[in-house]
Design a protein. Structure first.
Length: 337
């Protein structure tokens, strides 16, 4: 489905040695086919980022960004002027921290599947090298979209209709540590709300308890786990919340004891809809672990058949190892002999 870009402004941020410089673009960027493709790539790259956090604007924090955004939506403030005010707050917050940031600050208002979004992202620059026809080395700079770590997206539609849920803003937690994520939350004036990892784990527990109570055989249980995982994975891909009613439709065979009723009866601390943490739900269909120089991963359905676990001896027996691993082992044994 196509992205409908409403507004786009890009500024340049350069912070070195505790000195933050923000070079403001003079006006909004004209929306054309290139812009649409760029924002579509940004949208899908953002959706694909794992480990997001969810939050809402907080009255206890700096409210400049929220106020400017609301003024823009009320047609009281132009989009460019909104980005100017937000950039000034970003500079103030960056000046408080020791880390350096250089890149392009993107503000985009766009619509996707009847939902209005405001995306704010810092995109770093990456050097690329090539050889010219004269066999000289040439370099060029590109936006490193796939590696963006500072980004947040405000679901403007949810802000209007579901503000009390306190999760209409998502942000990339990133791997650089909580300090970076906290800085971006302070810039937006947000406080973290719902925890996708915790909600996904509660959902997993509820699913396993539900399957244990039903008269399903092992193959039916494995198939249902796979269906739940596929549904959750689709939610991660599209950036949508998982919905308990839709999970219930996936899990329930007949109307004797639907999953949705089971959750209510057992009083699970599970929201009617919640953002999915992919790493957590993957454990529904796969076992994996690493440590001491050993990394092991296999599909859950193989446990008890191709993979046997002996708890008493702390051993795994694998029947029918992957051909490429078998080939490596055979060549190693031959060389040792």
């Amino acid at each position: 489905m196509a992205i409908d870009v409403k507004k786009l402004v890009v500024h340049y941020v350069d912070k070195k040695d505790d000195d933050t410089q923000i070079h403001l673009r003079n006006d909004e960027m004209a929306v054309n086919d290139k812009v649409a493709v760029f924002i579509e790539q940004l949208h899908h790259a953002y959706n694909g980022k794992p480990g997001k956090g969810y939050c809402a604007f907080s009255g206890d924090k700096n409210s400049v960004v929220a106020s400017a955004m609301q003024s823009y939506r009320n047609s009281e403030l132009g989009f460019w002027h909104m980005t100017e005010q937000a950039s000034a707050v970003l500079k103030e917050e960056l000046d408080k921290y020791a880390f350096n940031e250089t890149g392009y600050l993107v503000f985009c208002h766009y619509q996707y599947v009847a939902t209005d979004y405001m995306l704010i992202a810092m995109i770093n620059i990456k050097e690329h090298y090539s050889i010219t026809s004269e066999l000289d080395l040439a370099s060029s700079r590109h936006l490193d979209i796939s590696r963006m770590q500072l980004a947040a997206r405000i679901d403007l539609t949810a802000w209007d209709t579901q503000a009390e849920d306190n999760r209409y803003i998502s942000f990339i937690k990133g791997r650089a540590g909580r300090k970076v994520a906290d800085f971006f939350l302070d810039f937006l004036g947000c406080e973290e709300g719902i925890d996708p990892k915790q909600q996904s784990q509660v959902m997993l527990n509820a699913v396993e308890d539900y399957l244990s109570e039903q008269q399903f055989d092992k193959f039916e249980k494995d198939d249902l786990r796979k269906q739940v995982f596929d549904y959750c994975n689709d939610c991660v891909t599209t950036g949508e919340d998982a919905n308990v009613s839709e999970l219930s439709a996936t899990l329930t065979k007949g109307d004797d004891n639907p999953f949705e009723s089971f959750c209510k009866e057992q009083s699970y601390d599970l929201e009617e809809s919640f953002p999915v943490d992919k790493k957590t739900v993957t454990s529904m269909v796969k076992f994996s672990g690493l440590g001491g120089g050993v990394s092991i991963s296999f599909e859950r359905k193989h446990l008890g058949e191709r993979v046997m676990y002996n708890e008493a001896t702390d051993t795994l027996v694998i029947k029918g190892i992957p051909p490429n691993l078998k080939d490596q082992l055979q060549r190693f044994m031959e060389s040792e002999d």
